[in-house]
Design a protein around this ligand. Structure first.
Ligand code: PLP
Length: 327
């Protein structure tokens, strides 16, 4: 394996500009009460919900490198965007402010949401596209960056670029070191997939550290063929950027968990989220956490080793789910 990659100074991302945000490593814990409550086998939880920067969850990881690149370029404005429920928008607003950058967020849909309220409170300027089409956001970001020139650093929605994915590649190395210390090897790693940067970086990072564990990506917003192509491209792009081993696409299986639609969980997913809250005090949102955790509960082929579920955060929307009342 891979000692060199796990050595922080020798890691392939060590030469990239990075603005520290996370308080890591995030905990890796067993969930015995949840295992008992739902009749699960050994279940490990990687607690990116406790990542230690705002309520930014997994999106803290890409932002360390994206904000790092913006500062290295000498930019003054971080330009990005998303939809009303975007955790990335709130995280980007806080991260930009912490780095002394202004933040401009291009947003589709109804901008009245907890995450966009937090983004505004953190000093970001919201620029509504006036439409309901996600793709419009990226076009608007690109046009704005062209207009502002070098003073602006632009990032598409979700921060899912090869450079952003480096954040999760570093997360994979963080996890590998924790697993080594515990002398545990999971049989599966499961996580939610939105714009794809997190799972892509995870695959690139697992290849870089030589950890050949199957990954289950739970798609919450896009049809499988669309998101799969994007994830494979991002994973390959991330590895190419780092000069590390090419990820093996066969390591990844994806399931479609869009159910009643982006941002809404089924009753079953909401019940599983309630069990996670009651058994372990874990807060799951309806868009990402409840879907991904439910896929873990409903696994048809349970692997021989423990299942590692990556809790990616989504804390602010999780409060919204709770306010909706019992599942
Ligand atoms: C809480 C949470 N989990 C998972 C994801 C999915 O990450 P990605 O967009 O990198 O696929 C997101 C995306 O915003 C998120 O906010």
């Amino acid at each position: 394996m891979t000692g060199a990659v796990r050595d922080v100074a020798a890691a392939p991302w060590a030469g990239l500009a990075r603005f520290p945000l996370a308080v890591g490593p995030t905990p890796l814990v067993r969930a015995p009460r949840l295992e008992a409550a739902l009749g699960l086998g050994p279940t490990l939880v990687k607690r990116d919900d406790l990542i230690g920067f705002g309520v930014a969850g997994n999106k803290t990881r890409p932002l360390e490198f994206l904000i790092g690149a913006a500062l290295a370029q000498g930019a003054r404005v971080f330009v990005t965007g998303g939809g009303p429920g975007s955790n990335f928008c709130a995280a980007a607003a806080m991260a930009a402010r912490a780095a002394g950058l202004a933040c401009e967020l291009h947003v589709w849909g109804d901008p009245r949401s907890a995450n966009l309220a937090l983004a505004t409170a953190a000093g970001a300027t919201l620029v509504p596209t006036g439409g309901t089409v996600r793709e419009q956001v990226d076009e608007q970001i690109a046009a704005r960056v062209t207009q502002l020139g070098d003073g602006a650093y632009g990032v598409p929605r979700g921060g899912s670029t090869p450079l952003g994915a480096v954040g999760f590649a570093a997360g994979a190395a963080e996890l590998a070191a924790q697993l080594d210390a515990l002398q545990v090897r999971p049989g599966l790693i499961a996580l939610p997939v939105g714009s794809g940067g997190s799972v892509a970086g995870l695959l690139a990072g697992l290849a870089a550290v030589g950890l050949d564990v199957p990954v289950l990506g739970v798609s919450v917003s896009r049809p499988l063929e669309e998101i799969r192509a994007k994830v494979d491209d991002l994973a390959a792009g991330c590895a190419a950027l780092l000069g590390t081993a090419a990820p093996d696409p066969a390591q990844l299986t994806m399931v479609d968990a869009r159910g009643p639609g982006f941002g809404s969980a089924t009753d079953r997913e909401r019940r599983h989220a309630r069990e996670a809250l009651w058994a372990e005090g874990l807060l799951l949102d309806e868009t990402y956490g409840a879907e991904a955790f439910s896929a873990v509960v409903d696994l048809v082929d349970r692997p021989a080793g423990p299942v590692l579920w990556w809790h990616t955060g989504g804390l602010l929307p999780a409060f919204g789910s709770i306010l909706k009342g019992p599942a």
